[in-house]
Design a protein around this ligand. Structure first.
Ligand SMILES: [Zn+2]
Length: 217
């Protein structure tokens, strides 16, 4: 990456808009920096074989966030080619599977209420194709669709916008930083491994895109 390219990419990051896949160098093992709008930044440990994260979770309001629409990003963006499988981050039941203009093809999975008594859902957006319908039970790691760039907000860049919604006390279900919920612990991005049981009764997620070695299986 040359200097001008770096500056151009930094411009994209600062403007907190859409980060082109070119800004991440190679497509695996990279995790974007957090925006300064995030108060409690999580140290992210990214496996070298995991498709890169191009944008982290952001919410406006903390640290006097400017509150413009672009200061919100209620999930993480994972970049890979159109058609890359998108897989369920945890077992559950599909509660929505539809297409709309802004986020394109969307799948929502409800993971029920875990041992702590809290409900969780995961949301997958900009899909090229949807492989599941509302009502379908899915296993962890099951293909639910393919990565794409559908919807105006995808800005024509192939990526998965992935959200985790979790019940917070009496305040209902709200988007939270997905890095809080990896099976290997906070910030420890966990590739899906079919050989390994990730369920311990509490809500835990694995990466919603296959890591390189499992994709080759
Ligand atoms: Zn996004």
């Amino acid at each position: 990456m040359n200097r001008i390219h770096r500056i151009a990419c930094a411009g994209f990051l600062i403007s907190a808009l859409f980060v082109l896949s070119a800004c991440t160098g190679n497509g695996y093992g990279r995790s974007a920096i957090y925006s300064q709008l995030v108060e409690d930044e999580i140290r992210v440990v990214m496996p070298a074989n995991a498709p890169s994260i191009s944008q982290q979770f952001r919410v406006a309001g903390n640290r006097g966030g400017r509150g413009s629409p672009t200061s919100f990003h209620e999930g993480i963006d994972i970049i890979a080619r159109v058609g890359t499988p998108v897989i369920a981050a945890a077992p559950g039941r599909v509660v929505d599977s539809f297409m709309e203009p802004m986020y394109g093809n969307r799948v929502v999975i409800d993971h029920g209420i875990d041992a702590t008594g809290r409900r969780a859902r995961t949301v997958y957006m900009h899909l090229d194709s949807r492989r599941v319908r509302s009502g379908t039970q899915v296993a962890r790691g099951q293909e639910i669709g393919t990565m794409g760039r559908t919807g105006v907000l995808a800005a024509a860049i192939s990526h998965l916008h992935f959200e985790v919604h979790r019940q917070r006390g009496s305040r209902g279900v709200a988007a939270q930083d997905p890095h809080l919920f990896w099976a290997d612990g906070v910030g420890r991005v966990t590739c899906f491994d079919p050989q390994r049981a990730a369920d311990d009764g509490t809500f835990r997620i694995t990466y919603p895109v296959p890591c390189r070695d499992t994709a080759a299986r």
